[in-house]
Design a protein around this ligand. Structure first.
Ligand code: ZN
Length: 75
C-alpha cells in the first residue's frame, strides 16, 4: 500500500528549518542501496502526524524552554 504524501502546514521559515534538520540527519547515502529513503526522509514525506507535531512543538516550545533554562524573553 502506498502512503499518501504528508502536507506541511507550517510557514516558509519552518519549512526551511525542517529541510535543514532532515538534511542534517539524512542517511539516504547508506540506505539507498536497499532502494528506500532513510527514516528521516520517510517521516518528513509520509508521516503527517509527525510533521504536524513538529510544527506544533516548534510554535509552542519557547515559553517552556525559557522557564526551564531561565532565558529572558526576547523584546
Ligand atoms: Zn534521507
Amino acid at each position: 500500500m502506498k502512503h499518501p504524501l504528508a502536507i506541511f502546514h507550517g510557514n516558509e521559515s519552518e519549512s526551511r528549518a525542517l529541510a535543514d534538520v532532515v538534511a542534517h540527519y539524512c542517511t539516504c547515502a547508506s540506505t539507498r542501496l536497499a532502494g528506500q529513503a532513510c527514516p528521516v526522509h520517510a517521516m518528513a514525506a509520509f508521516d503527517q502526524r509527525a510533521v504536524d507535531g513538529l510544527v506544533f512543538v516548534r510554535r509552542t516550545v519557547a515559553p517552556y524552554v525559557r522557564a526551564e533554562w531561565r532565558v529572558p524573553a526576547k523584546a
